[in-house]
Design a binder for this molecule. Structure first.
Ligand code: SF4
Length: 269
């Protein structure tokens, strides 16, 4: 079975919290929490609660890489809750992918202030989620999360401090992803992942405002848009002599479906 979702990035996910203050409009974790009765109303997702058993757990070295976190984030006022868990995981010798819509106090704290974390530098890779180059779009889709300039500053800071850095443009919340790629590319030592919005129906707009924002990204799921994007990326990477941009399964599936259709048409003729 081909890997997909977070399994493409890590072997295990560790989440210190139930819920998330950032309350992104497309949040799949909130949808699942509602479906399985962990919350009763969408608003309850922002009533964030630490998971005691994760905080008390003692870690051993595991095979593969750990993603920290996948269904919540690293909140600046709550170091005492999430930081000891991260430290225990690293002290056990685990490789960690710190996945976050980054807050500058948190990143500055991790890469500059907490100097003893430097001994784990080789085990850490940052994956910053930066979904669009438009501050306005970002604010609308991800209302509680840090803004665009703050996330870019976090990326540059971690890069300048010699940490491994990568970016997730998933979901792609812009129909001009190359504008964003050009901003982040020089500061990524590792991969840049691009994926479309998933598990979210762009035809379900209930207000003119939703209609407006959904329309802005509708074409990011279309085959011709993704085919063009693939060409632009190839050209850009050839020019830069690197090969770090990857498509997530959401895009690979659309492109490979088209390849299969073309092959069956060719065999027909
Ligand atoms: S940051 Fe992630 S977990 Fe938090 S609300 Fe946004 S999508 Fe959901």
């Amino acid at each position: 079975m081909p890997t997909k979702g977070t399994k493409e990035w890590a072997d295990k996910n560790v989440n210190v919290y139930k819920g998330c203050y950032y309350n992104c409009k497309y949040c799949y974790a909130r949808k699942m929490a509602l479906r399985y009765g962990r919350i009763n109303k969408p608003e309850e997702w922002t009533h964030v609660k630490p998971k005691r058993h994760i905080r008390e757990k003692n870690w051993k070295k595991i095979k593969g890489r750990i993603m920290f976190q996948s269904t919540s984030d690293l909140f600046p006022g709550e170091w005492v809750i999430w930081y000891p868990v991260l430290e225990k995981i690293l002290k056990a010798g685990n490789r960690v992918l710190i996945t976050t819509k980054p807050n500058f106090d948190v990143i500055q704290g991790l890469v500059i202030i907490k100097k003893h974390l430097h001994q784990f530098k080789k085990l850490i890779q940052f994956r910053f989620t930066i979904t669009t180059h438009s501050s306005k779009q970002m604010k609308w889709w991800e209302p509680g999360a840090p803004g665009l300039q703050e996330r870019l500053k976090c990326l540059k800071t971690a890069f300048n401090m010699g940490y491994k850095t990568s970016v997730s443009i998933e979901p792609m919340l812009t129909d001009q992803p190359m504008e964003l790629v050009k901003k982040i590319y020089p500061y990524c030592t590792e991969s840049i992942w691009i994926g479309t919005i998933n598990n979210f129906n762009l035809n379900d707009a209930e207000t003119p405002e939703e209609e407006f924002y959904y329309n802005k990204i509708r074409k990011t799921k279309e085959l011709c848009f993704l085919t063009e994007l693939e060409k632009k990326i190839r050209k850009y990477e050839n020019h830069n002599g690197r090969n770090i941009i990857r498509f997530k399964d959401s895009i690979r599936n659309i492109l490979s479906r088209n390849d299969r259709n073309q092959k069956s048409l060719e065999s027909y003729f």
